[in-house]
Design a protein around this ligand. Structure first.
Ligand code: SF4
Ligand code: SF4
Length: 464
């Protein structure tokens, strides 16, 4: 039976925001011309940032390493253009901070063409060599968190993995880069799955795709390799269908225990774009130096799916898309549900930037925040069955410990479903993000105090 005729699977709770994908879902991916400069922060992955390898004035070619990985939870950063290192300085980072970045002036006279391959051919490599090559190529998850991909390819010995789940849900409104990858490069997705299955030693893979991407489902089905056990499974269109825990539940009915990882449910989850990126580095021989990104929203004149060099400033991508409309008000990296508003259009598009959405006045006008009316809508929306109403009241009172110990704040994935349904416009998920930050700082302070106390004790002992 053709997969898209199968019953669409789902998970309990969740919400149904308008998907707003029609702006770009039918727009083919095209390459943006090289901008005048790129900005490459050394902090582009979850874990430890890369260590600087270049200095101002250095000539670099596309794919040259400019930042070295520091340990296991780290990946290198590569020059995404041929040119000259202009500056190394603090530049706006999409997370709102200033971060050390390498600024490269693009060589206008360089053909920017591929050089001899920097990543080995995949055929004949052992799983360990594949992991090493993936790490050296600087591959991270492209769905937002930028988790180093090679780490997912080395599951701890004590867990047993029997399934690879490929996340093609792309449930955030507006974003369509994964959709277009499935439509235009389905063989690349299958090749990436082959590489991951071989590395993980798993026999089975399932690709979950929301039903609003029928042409993506068809393309994957049409190109299915005959020698791999891959199932293509349609999913209900519901937010946050693409959250790892929700996806695992929808596709397998397995539950990831509280505080644990998908590994503990016997699965590894990787999103479609990231899988295609693994395939691409082996196909082209290039490290991860460019990515496909949706640049869209009602505040943009020509919404597009673009291939851009990593480090392209969002200002340049917006200009290439015809510029902002008069009522444009907010530029968000990621989608409108979980994305981060940008205060500086010089922030660069990084490896983990899945989309840029420009919202208009009506979409960002803050509703007046009213008191909680105990309607329970947020409880019905929360996909992990938390009590956002109670958590919100504790957050307002700064009672962070209770939020964690009694109301499981750690399980909140900041999906924004509760804020979306709240008729009182209480910014619940934003409050939870701040609470998590406050808790983290409190724990760090406590740890530092312990170290100081330990130091004092040992010096007293020495003195005695
Ligand atoms: S943001 Fe947290 S509390 Fe709110 S719905 Fe999502 S997981 Fe539940
Ligand atoms: S949705 Fe808003 S008003 Fe309703 S219970 Fe939750 S926090 Fe209160």
């Amino acid at each position: 039976m053709i997969s898209f005729l199968r019953r669409a699977l789902s998970f309990p709770h969740g919400v149904h925001p308008p998907d707003s994908k029609d702006l770009t879902s039918g727009v083919p991916i095209r390459r943006m011309p090289f901008p005048g400069e790129v900005v490459l922060p050394l902090r582009q992955n979850a874990g430890v940032p890369a260590r600087l390898l270049v200095k101002p004035g250095d000539r670099v070619e596309r794919g040259d390493k400019i930042g070295e990985a520091q340990g296991f939870m780290s990946v290198p950063v590569h020059a995404s253009v041929a040119g000259v290192v202009d500056q190394i300085e603090l530049r706006p980072h999409p997370d709102g901070s200033m971060a050390e970045a390498v600024v490269i002036k693009v060589d206008r006279h360089s053909p920017q063409i591929p050089r001899p391959r920097l990543v080995p051919y995949w055929e004949g490599l052992s799983p360990d060599q594949v992991r090493e090559a993936v790490k050296d190529a600087g591959v991270v998850g492209l769905g937002g968190a930028a988790f180093p991909t090679h780490v997912k390819l080395v599951p701890p010995k004590e867990v047993s993995i029997d399934l690879l789940i490929v996340n093609g849900a792309e449930c955030e409104p507006y974003l369509t880069s994964d959709h277009r990858v499935m439509v235009e490069h389905p063989e690349r997705v299958h090749f990436g799955i082959r590489v991951m299955m071989q590395c993980l030693g798993v026999e089975r893979a399932v690709i979950g795709v929301e039903r609003n991407k029928i042409d993506g489902l068809e393309a994957l089905e049409r190109t299915l390799p005959g020698d791999l056990d891959i199932t293509i499974q349609p999913l209900r269109v519901k937010y946050p269908q693409g959250a790892e825990k929700m996806l695992i539940q929808s596709l397998t009915r397995r539950e990831v225990p509280s505080g644990k990882l998908p590994l503990h449910a016997g699965v590894v989850v990787q999103n479609v774009g990231s899988i295609a990126a693994i395939a691409e580095v082996f196909e082209t021989g290039y490290p991860l130096i460019e990515r496909i990104v949706t640049v869209t929203g009602p505040g943009l004149r020509r919404p597009s799916n673009l291939v851009v060099p990593v480090g392209t400033r969002v200002r340049d991508a917006i200009a290439f898309c015809g510029g902002l409309t008069e009522d444009a008000r907010e530029v968000v990296f990621g989608g409108p549900m979980m994305g981060a508003s940008q205060s500086d259009l010089d922030a660069p598009i990084l490896k983990g930037t899945s989309g840029v959405v420009v919202l208009v006045r009506d979409q960002v006008a803050p509703g007046t925040v009213l008191p909680c009316i105990s309607c329970g809508h947020c409880l019905d929306a929360c996909p992990v069955f938390l009590n956002p109403s109670a958590l919100g009241k504790l957050a307002q009172a700064g009672r962070y410990r209770e939020m964690t110990e009694e109301y499981h704040l750690a399980d909140c994935m900041l999906c924004g479903s509760c804020s979306y349904v709240c008729p009182s416009h209480i910014p619940l998920s934003q409050m939870f993000a701040l609470s998590k930050g406050a808790l983290r700082r409190e724990q760090e302070r406590a740890k530092r105090a312990e170290v100081v106390a330990g130091g004092e004790t040992s010096s007293k002992v020495r003195l005695a």
